[in-house]
Design a binder for this molecule. Structure first.
Ligand SMILES: Cc1cc2nc3c(=O)[nH]c(=O)nc-3n(C[C@H](O)[C@H](O)[C@H](O)COP(=O)(O)OP(=O)(O)OC[C@H]3O[C@@H](n4cnc5c(N)ncnc54)[C@H](O)[C@@H]3O)c2cc1C
Length: 404
């Protein structure tokens, strides 16, 4: 098999990239080890800035078509009373709300959009390794199909969009394991929870519950905890394990009391993962495969769509003018770093802060007292605005002008 671009992984990063490239006439193959629709453990909150990126992919009405639930902000609890933060319209192009939609539904729709644009999907094809030429340039990948047959695919570019702990990143020798944050999550869907216009986070002594209403009125629940807490599970099933933590989040326990869990608990972790570089000659990493911190701020899908767009532009340039490949790929890394690195730093600071109940308590007390501060925190964490906007007077004028 042969392609201009072989994309490994059909999550939001891989499918968005495939759609952009295929729409521009590039011959794209997308391989995923799973068949679709497939589930992906996630908070399933699409932050406000995802919508403009979907519009660029000519998927303006996708959220409406999928019946996604509109999310206007976030309620943060460290006990009974929430701090309520709402997204504010600080940027004309970004509406002040996000969406809740199941990943099985969203990812499948995005993949179908890539196929409609002309990309070819290889379901249940797992990437085992990359292929290199005599100069070390990546020239393809070795896949394994559902029957265990090995297939070599030649490609001018191979893209690793295969998520956290990317096999492609490892094959390229770019993976760096983060050991400072070893968290895991349990994820399930419930039916029968009263829908709310805001997502909710219930902070525990260590870890948190995060939840939002999604399409079909379902309710997605995540419990995120340090990995060593898994030891406490001995002797109880997952429901029993979750119930112990619900004791520390009484408002959340109330919300779930009448509801029924309709999917099994799925575990995932650890998440923190980074890479030394995101490109080598003939290959690049995108989305979580290029680096990810944690699910607290709910920005991973935005990072995936943003980095896919940036990489798509670079690849189009490199395919059209091979002599400019190095500059194009360096441009991708710069653009990605500029947009994502400050947000990852904020996410790391938040994660460290969360380890101190004293800090959590003080911060939430302040957010409850000053609703504008809560709006600011939610607007920044939900990526409506980049942290660097804080230095611009125009941002503050806009922010003040949108208060209730
Ligand atoms: C508990 C949790 C909650 C989260 N909550 C949110 C949230 O609310 N909002 C948000 O924006 N982000 C959230 N995130 C982050 C978000 O899920 C990711 O950032 C996002 O899925 C990244 O998309 P991706 O396309 O890079 O990777 P993925 O969505 O992980 O897709 C990777 C794909 O690659 C495939 N694959 C893997 N290995 C191979 C291989 N060797 N060969 C072929 N295929 C392969 C997989 O099957 C998968 O389909 C959360 C993450 C976690 C863990």
């Amino acid at each position: 098999m042969r392609a201009d671009v072989l994309v490994i992984g059909a999550g939001p990063a891989g499918s968005a990239l495939a759609r952009q490239l295929a729409a521009a006439g590039v011959h794209v193959l997308v391989a995923d080890r799973k068949s679709f629709p497939r589930d992906k453990p996630c908070g399933e909150f699409l932050s406000p800035q995802c919508q403009p990126l979907l519009e660029e992919l000519e998927l303006k009405d996708l959220m409406t078509e999928l019946g996604a639930h509109r999310v206007d902000g976030m309620r943060l609890y460290d006990g009974e009373r929430p701090a309520l933060g709402r997204f504010r319209a600080v940027c004309e192009a970004v509406a002040p709300h996000g969406f809740g939609v199941r990943r099985a539904v969203f990812d499948h729709a995005l993949l179908q959009a890539a196929e409609r644009a002309g990309a070819t999907f290889l379901a249940r094809h797992t990437c085992d390794d990359v292929l290199r030429d005599g100069h070390g340039r990546v020239v393809g990948a070795r896949l394994r199909d559902a029957d265990g047959r090995s297939i070599e695919v030649a490609a001018r570019f191979v893209v690793g969009a295969d998520g956290v702990h990317s096999r492609v990143a490892r094959a390229l020798g770019l993976q760096r394991q983060d050991t400072w944050l070893r968290q895991f999550a349990l994820v399930a869907h419930y039916r029968g929870v009263q829908p709310e216009a805001t997502a909710e986070v219930h902070l525990l002594r260590c870890g948190f519950f995060a939840a939002t209403t999604v399409d079909e009125g379902l309710f997605g629940v995540n419990l995120v905890l340090p990995q060593d807490r898994l030891r406490e599970r001995s002797g109880v099933d997952w429901d029993g394990f979750v119930a112990r933590h619900l004791d520390a989040a009484p408002r959340f326990a109330e919300r779930l009391a009448e509801a029924g869990r309709i999917t099994p608990w799925r575990g995932v972790g650890p998440f923190a993962f980074s890479t030394r570089r995101q490109t080598v000659p003939g290959a690049a990493l995108v989305g979580d495969a290029a680096g990810y911190v944690d699910p607290l701020t709910g920005e991973g899908i935005y990072f995936a769509l943003f980095s896919a767009r940036a990489l798509g532009r670079a690849l189009l340039l490199a395919l059209a003018e091979p002599a400019r490949e190095t500059a194009a790929m360096a441009g991708y890394c710069r653009e990605r770093r500029r947009e994502i690195a400050p947000r990852l730093r904020v996410a790391r600071i938040l994660q460290r802060g969360l380890r101190s109940p004293w800090v959590v308590h003080r911060v939430l007390a302040a957010l409850r007292r000053w609703p504008s501060l809560a709006d600011l925190a939610v607007t920044l964490s939900g990526d409506s605005a980049h942290p660097r906007e804080l230095w611009r007077p125009s941002f503050w004028r806009q922010f003040a002008g949108t208060g209730s």
